[in-house]
Write a protein that binds this ligand. Structure first.
Ligand code: F6P
Length: 341
């Protein structure tokens, strides 16, 4: 078989581990692999590189993706579906492995319905994909954010300040709840639980009243005030039609300082959470996903995605994976809330 691999959407640590695994497993079984550059864009433009044992050597520990990524959406490109199918024919591809999040896999699911032999691998630091317990990239992002919170902790304590740390995660609070809990944040704000800024300030005031001179607030970029107005630094949308989030940390910091009188500083972690080396966990998870995706291709199980259920790698349908966002559950939030203040 000739297999095409692509990485789409926001990059994340562990992508190279998946690419390496797909290539190593496929070549071992007598197949050949090409890498389509910059996500679906590479398929539409027939822009690719041959992937050999040599080209995937030394990439396991490297962040980013050797194939490049983009948010190009086949279904938002004129004649996109036809072009994609024509490219597959011209490149003589027997199958595609699409590594991506909700958007990239959403395109994969539609292409599969149009007759394309495609399997998926769930990638995103946001961990918001249904049908898998974890996506690779999430563990690295959480560890980066936790280390940042630890660092903000010591400087906030030295200066008797409130430190607001804004983390990514889009419309799910997974990174915020995990890094906030691990970093001992005194308040964690997530999109799933709209907040009241006065309640946030009360928690901080009570904490300071019992002698604490500093506090840490971990806020997800998609957190929303109770009245429903989302604070955005930009109102632009990306190619998949998502609002570009980021900036709520600064707004919250200003409000906290105004309402409590506590000196407050905000730190927006941004793409630092997406860059750099994957953790050991993400390297192993990415490798397991990659091998499973290759096996799904060999078995002709198209329209499926590799997923983690408990500690087993299983196959689920792409439709199941992209149907609904996976958001933070109440049980986890209630545990986190025990430590507010
Ligand atoms: O989906 C991953 C993610 O990092 C989100 O957490 C964030 O909102 C978004 O991508 C940022 O996208 P971009 O890289 O286009 O700024």
């Amino acid at each position: 078989m000739k297999i095409g691999v692509l990485t789409g959407g926001g990059d994340c640590p562990g992508l190279n581990a998946v690419i390496r695994a797909v290539v190593r497993k496929s070549i071992q079984d007598g197949h050949s692999v090409i890498g389509l550059k910059n996500g679906w864009k590479g398929l539409l433009e027939k822009n690719y590189m041959n992937l050999t044992l040599d080209s995937v050597s030394g990439i396991l520990h490297r962040g980013g993706t050797i194939l490049g990524s983009s948010r190009t959406n086949v279904y938002k490109t004129e004649g996109g579906e036809k072009k994609a199918i024509a490219s597959i024919k011209e490149l003589e591809l027997d199958a595609l492995v699409a590594i991506g999040g909700e958007d990239t896999l959403g395109v994969a699911a539609k292409l599969h319905k149009a007759g394309v032999n495609v399997v998926g691998v769930p990638k995103t630091i946001d961990n918001d994909l249904n049908a898998t317990d974890y996506t690779f990239g999430f563990d690295t992002a959480v560890n980066v954010a936790t280390e940042a919170i630890d660092r903000i902790h010591t400087t906030a304590e030295s200066h008797n300040r409130v430190g607001v740390v804004e983390v990514m995660g889009r419309h799910a609070g997974w990174i915020a709840i995990h890094s906030g809990m691990a970093g001992g944040a005194d308040v964690i704000l997530i999109p799933e639980k709209p907040f009241d800024i006065d309640e946030v300030c009360d928690i901080l005031k009570k904490r300071h009243a019992r002698g604490k001179t500093f506090s840490i607030v971990c806020v997800a970029e998609g957190a929303q005030p109770k009245d429903g107005t989302m604070v955005l630094s930009r109102l632009e949308k990306d190619s998949f039609g998502h609002v570009m989030l980021g900036g709520i940390g600064n707004v919250i910091a200003e409000e906290i300082e105004k309402r409590t009188g506590f000196e407050t500083r905000a730190t927006v972690l941004g793409h630092i959470q997406r860059g750099g080396s994957p953790t050991a966990y993400d390297r192993v998870l990415g490798t397991r996903f990659g091998v499973k995706a290759a096996e799904l291709v060999f078995e002709g199980k198209f329209g499926m995605m590799a997923a983690l259920k408990g500690d087993k790698i299983v196959a689920v349908s792409l439709d199941e994976a992209v149907g609904e966002l996976k958001t933070v559950d109440d049980e986890l939030y209630e545990v986190a809330k025990t430590f507010f203040g």
